[in-house]
Design a binder for this molecule. Structure first.
Ligand code: FUB
Length: 310
């Protein structure tokens, strides 16, 4: 009893610290990782799979952080469907980006009025929230999902998203409005690889774009060819293309029929975040976020990365 009491006491003193191998979070199911490096820490934004039924049960998003990629602090759920009065369900894959000390969390949810997926923006002056609805309405709505933001060296920001199409729009400096109309990125087989057996979707692009720039080259890493998905990527000389397909990063592995990429550089290493069904009871609807360290090839291509647990 004394031993149990002391453990409870220690947990009570440090309730938010967990030391993890893969999967990173081992006490709840998490999905759709979106890592952000800020002030010497990695902030990891995830979804939360709440049960193992035959569909996604996702009502909130979660935040975790680490200074060493080993010990992770649980910051709880600073944003949920309730944050967006116009949202009814489906707290799916989001992405958080920082600009001038403000944090913008773009998320897809079902619009209760239209019944379609729409993208909202949570905003906070802290990476751990709390986040509030920046607009009180969707930023953009076309029934498609999986927003990912990117700020180019010029200061121009972009929002990418889409399934089955791939869209982008130029965000204004306020990050909560945009100029021009959403534009479709042409899904050519040269740009996004060749899918077989589905004439309506000729390329591998499925969903979950993750766009960034490294050594002058723009990368678009995405979930390919559902189901089950693998992770592939394309590169381009500019943020809007033209994209050239570069191949597979993470092959089909594990017990989740989806996968979802996020890539960062942190303290001299590169990290690839993804999800799978590695926890007990794991499946396509009870997923877990994991991470692998990797090294770019000398020519900037990305090596094959395998799951350490699946
Ligand atoms: O988590 C719900 C959906 O599954 C996401 O929006 C997709 O990227 C896939 O991971």
């Amino acid at each position: 009893i004394a031993w149990i009491a002391s453990v409870v006491c220690v947990l009570a003193l440090f309730p938010a610290v967990a030391k993890a191998d893969n999967p990173i979070v081992q006490h709840i199911y998490t999905a759709d990782p979106a890592p952000l490096v800020h002030n010497g820490r990695v902030y990891l934004y995830t979804g939360h799979d709440e049960d193992g039924s035959t569909n996604f049960t996702m009502r909130e998003w979660r935040v975790w952080s680490s200074a060493d990629m080993v010990n992770w602090t649980d910051h709880g759920s600073p944003m949920s469907l309730a944050t967006f009065s116009w949202a009814s369900s489906n707290a799916w894959a989001g992405h958080t980006i920082a600009r001038n000390g403000t944090f913008y969390w773009y998320v897809p949810v079902t619009n209760r009025t239209t019944g379609r997926m729409a993208i909202g923006v949570g905003v906070s002056d802290s990476p751990t929230g709390p986040f509030r609805d920046a607009l009180g309405r969707p930023l953009v709505e076309n029934g498609e999902i999986d927003p990912a933001a990117f700020i180019d060296d010029t200061g121009q920001a972009y929002l990418y998203w889409g399934n089955p199409n791939l869209w982008y729009v130029r965000l204004n400096a306020d990050m909560i409005s945009f100029s021009g109309s959403p534009t479709q990125i042409p899904l050519t087989t040269a740009g996004f690889g060749t899918r077989t057996g589905n004439p309506s979707r000729p390329t591998l692009y499925e969903e979950a774009p993750w766009v960034y720039k490294r050594n002058g080259l723009y990368y678009n890493v995405f979930a390919a060819e559902c189901c089950s998905e693998f992770i592939a990527y394309s590169t381009a000389p500019g943020p809007t293309g033209p994209w050239t397909y570069r191949g597979t990063i993470m092959p089909r592995q594990g017990r989740s029929f989806t996968n979802h990429p996020g890539i960062i550089d942190f303290k001299g290493s590169s990290y690839f975040f993804y999800h799978n069904g590695a926890l007990p009871g794991g499946s396509g609807f009870t997923r877990s976020v994991a991470v692998e360290r990797f090294t770019y090839n000398a020519n900037g291509t990305i090596p094959t990365i395998n799951m350490t647990t699946a």
